[in-house]
Design a binder for this molecule. Structure first.
Ligand code: GDD
Ligand code: MG
Length: 330
């Protein structure tokens, strides 16, 4: 069987203040009518025999509205994607038996042509027992993504010769120049393949606890860590399938500048705003807010729930520093 596991437990820090712990981005309709999660589920359902939405306990009740036909898989606690995906692999293996998993994020905009590379990744995972990721050709030295150095060409896929999560701008510039691919965050693997790699990583105590039927204990034993750092960076058994598909992670406000519909002056507005002599700005508001900008360039202004964020759009990744400070003060 092919089982889709849709990741929907992130907090969406970098889209503050639209995204918040109570209402993270996957449940928002930032660039259209329907939430990112519901569009992700719709995209994968035709590819899989069953679809699970994987989330942390706080968000379990939010899921059914966005994915009425999917099963909800709730990890014991939010510990980022590493522990979550290990938990999902273990659970699905116990429930379904032999299968291959297609794991996907729920914070992406994806164009047509996703099914073909996804099928190829699933086939490679089934036939080789490798951890297979989809790779997208970069068009800028983004620092919010993982970079993959392709190795030997095996026809349907490449071996992964190196994986570098969220590099500095300087490193990212080099990687783009050297023909590395972005990790699209879409992974195909069999449960056994992932669990074997996890046993060789810092997540080993979690796998042991899961084997012993003690998931809560396992989650207490591990620190939050993404699957990219915990497993992929050190993995000698990974493969990449290049995907020629329009793709964007709606991770931070600069994404709206890329995917939104700009006016003649290059401003992208989602919500209520007045721009006077302003260029290349991103403005996003909730219904009750109104933002005016005059004589500025390249700024993002976001106003939700009485909270206002102003940041140069090129520094949009730094919004995580704001949220860290606010949480420290709370
Ligand atoms: N269930 C669960 N539990 N899901 C989670 C958790 C968690 O604790 N934390 C995050 N997620 C979900 C998010 O909701 C999102 O759908 C997905 O996992 C990826 O998490 P992000 O936090 O958005 O990761 P990222 O964008 O910084 O980086 C990842 O994706 C990039 C591509 O978009 C990495 O895989 C990068 O290497 C990759 O390039
Ligand atoms: Mg993301």
């Amino acid at each position: 069987d092919t089982i889709a596991v849709v990741l929907a437990g992130g907090v969406g820090t970098r889209l503050y203040p639209a995204s918040s712990r109570e209402r993270p981005k996957q449940f928002l309709a930032l660039d259209g009518e329907r939430s990112l999660l519901s569009r992700t589920v719709e995209r994968v359902e035709p590819l899989a025999d069953a679809t699970y939405v994987l989330t942390r306990p706080e968000y379990a009740d939010l899921v059914p509205d966005h994915a009425p036909d999917a099963e909800v898989l709730v990890e014991p606690a939010g510990r980022d994607t590493g522990p979550a995906l290990v938990y999902a692999a273990h659970r699905v293996r116990d429930e379904v038996g032999e299968c291959v998993l297609l794991n996907l994020p729920s914070d992406h905009r994806v164009g047509d042509g996703f099914a073909d590379p996804a099928e190829r990744a699933l086939r490679a995972a089934r036939e080789t027992g490798k951890l297979v990721t989809l790779g997208v050709e970069p068009d800028r030295p983004a620092t919010g993504y993982g970079y993959i150095k392709p190795g030997t060409d095996r026809g349907d896929y490449f071996d992964v010769a190196g994986f570098f999560e969220k590099p500095s701008t300087e490193a990212a510039e080099r990687y783009v120049y050297d023909g590395f691919l972005w990790n699209a965050g879409v992974f195909a693997w069999t449960p056994e393949a992932l669990l074997d790699e996890a046993r060789r990583s810092d997540l080993a105590p979690l796998v042991e606890s899961l084997d012993a039927g003690q998931p809560e204990r396992g989650f207490r034993l591990v620190e939050p860590v993404s699957v990219d750092y915990a497993i992929l960076e050190g993995c000698a058994n990974a493969a990449v399938v290049p995907a020629d598909v329009e793709w964007d992670d709606l991770g931070a406000w600069d994404a709206l500048a890329r995917v939104g519909d700009p006016d003649a002056a290059g401003n992208v507005v989602a919500g209520n705003a007045l721009t006077v002599d302003a260029e290349d700005c991103v403005i996003a508001t909730d219904e009750g807010s109104h933002v005016s900008v005059v004589g500025v360039e390249g700024l993002t202004v976001a106003a939700y729930d009485g909270r206002v964020l102003v940041v140069p759009t090129e520094d949009a990744q730094r919004v995580r520093e704001v949220v860290a400070r606010l949480e420290a003060e709370e």
